[in-house]
Design a protein around this ligand. Structure first.
Ligand code: TRP
Length: 486
């Protein structure tokens, strides 16, 4: 099908857009990744930095990304090309679209593996095997799962098929139906779990860990720069930014919806769920003598214990992991939607065929991630001291997503005309200027700063000075070579 012939899907209502975008944002990033990186980085101080990143970087970039999508009215690659032409810029800006598509592939290959763990825990918890279990038992049972490449493969395959089926059915038929019941259900289950955590007697220890900033630990550990980069990268990851997901969803968004309000709702719910997950998990960690630094296994070593000690725990546990799978599902859908929409709009491939093809490629890449936990965990299979799984996470969260977000913010404020942006964002003059100043100076500055800082491996005065000089030089060069837009 050629471009003009395609009838683009459109969300049937504002609420559905918000649900779908929230479905994309809320996922393993909130329930699995946020608690474990907060644990690894010492808790409170890290959480504070993360919240700052959400407000000063995540929210402005999300507004920009949804706006670019709605204005472009195409898949991310074509949208960026069209917008660049509209603003007399080089069509090389479509690189943002390509970068996103590439990041989508890589994220999904490890995402699907972790979603597979959650799938595996559905029958496990339902069978009652965690009733009265100890921390030791929970740890060993996760290790047993990781050691079995066959089971990991089976669950990864099931998850990929689930994702592809929804994507193949298209935006209205597939995505909308999938998200309507999940969000409220997940929220309710989290409340029940919070109740359990409260009853452990370690609730305040958990809350202290999560919300009492202890910068000394972060500075003295000597990995402050790395921690800030982790927080920044996670702000992009958890809000599904820079990968074209929000752009493609924005392109299905009717013109009369306020992008700003939608962004605040999505970011608010996303942050709430992440913090709730932390508040559930850390009291359980302390009550059972587990370590907050348990890494990627944290969720699976703690939550089953809660259900094992709760009335009707096997039933609630079953529900919980089903909902985690659903949350992961509505996110993974949004990762391949950008590529699939590009393929269907620019080649002769049908949606079903395009989805199958992409699904198979991601599935194969996923194998390398899954073997990282057993057959390929040895040093001979590591690159830069990281397994394939860690590398996929590192390259996307710490390099590709921040870079994509930087380019999106940069393009939006420096290349598009003010009137175009303002009419899309639907803001009053004052609010619009506020967004523009924050994005132009603070967001871009922070991302560059964190990048330079992590390259230099520390947060020293010199690094601040060098990066600040770089950024000012960049702004001046932009002024000189990129004439201002009306
Ligand atoms: N935000 C999702 C989560 O927190 C993951 C996700 C979906 C994503 N789409 C994305 C991450 C696009 C990066 C880019 O689990």
């Amino acid at each position: 099908m050629s471009d003009g012939q395609v009838k683009r899907g459109q969300w049937s209502s504002r609420l559905l857009f918000i649900l779908a975008a929230t479905g994309s944002a809320v996922g393993l990033g909130n329930i699995w990744k946020f608690p474990y990186i907060a644990g690894e980085n010492g808790g409170g101080a890290f959480v504070l930095i993360y919240l700052i990143c959400i407000c000063l970087v995540g929210i402005p970039v999300m507004m920009a990304e949804i706006m670019l999508g709605r204005r472009g009215q195409k898949n991310p690659i074509e949208s960026m090309k069209a917008l660049a032409l509209e603003s007399n810029r080089s069509s090389a800006w479509q690189f943002i679209g390509w970068l996103g598509v590439a990041a989508g592939f890589i994220v999904l290959c490890f995402y699907s593996v972790v979603a597979g763990w959650a799938l595996a825990y559905v029958p496990r918890v339902a069978s009652g095997m965690f009733e009265g279990a100890t921390g030791e038992f929970a740890r060993e049972s996760l290790s047993a799962l990781w050691a079995s490449s066959e089971s990991l493969l089976a669950w990864h395959t099931i998850f990929m098929v689930m994702t592809c089926v929804v994507v193949a059915r298209g935006v209205n038929a597939g995505l909308e139906k999938a998200v309507q019941i999940l969000m409220p259900g997940l929220f309710t289950l989290m409340l029940i779990l919070l109740g359990y955590s409260y009853s452990t007697g370690y609730f305040s220890a958990g809350i202290d860990f999560l919300f009492k900033p202890n910068f000394e630990a972060l500075f003295n550990g000597g990995h402050f720069g790395e921690a800030v980069l982790t927080a920044l990268g996670h702000a992009f990851f958890t809000l599904s930014l820079s990968m074209g997901s929000m752009m493609v969803y924005g392109s299905y968004l009717p013109k009369d919806v306020s992008i700003t309000k939608a962004t605040f709702v999505i970011a608010g719910v996303d942050t709430l769920i992440a913090l709730m997950a932390g508040m559930v998990i850390f009291p359980i960690v302390f009550a059972n003598g587990l370590s907050p630094e348990a890494g990627p296994g944290l969720l699976f070593k703690t939550i089953p214990l809660a259900f094992g000690h709760m009335n009707y725990g096997s039933f609630f546990g079953f529900l919980f992991f089903v909902l985690v799978v659903f949350a992961a599902w509505s996110s993974s859908i949004s990762m391949i939607e950008p590529v699939v929409s590009w393929l269907t709009e620019n080649t002769k491939l049908t949606r079903v065929y395009a989805t199958t093809m992409i699904g198979v490629i991601v599935w194969i890449l996923g194998l390398a991630c899954l073997l990282s936990f057993n057959l390929w965990s040895g040093e001979e299979y590591q690159f830069f001291g990281k397994t394939f799984f860690d590398l996929a996470d590192y390259v996307t969260s710490k390099i590709m997503l921040p870079l994509g977000g930087l380019l999106i913010a940069y393009f939006a404020v420096w290349s598009m005309s003010k009137s175009a942006i303002r009419s899309e964002l639907g803001l009053s003059q004052g609010a619009f200027e506020f967004w523009r100043v924050v994005t132009k100076y603070i967001t871009i500055y922070l991302v560059v700063l964190v990048f330079v800082n992590s390259l230099c491996g520390g947060m020293s005065f010199n690094v601040w000075m060098i990066s600040s000089a770089l950024i000012v030089a960049g702004l001046l060069l932009t002024r000189a070579f990129y004439p201002r837009r009306a």
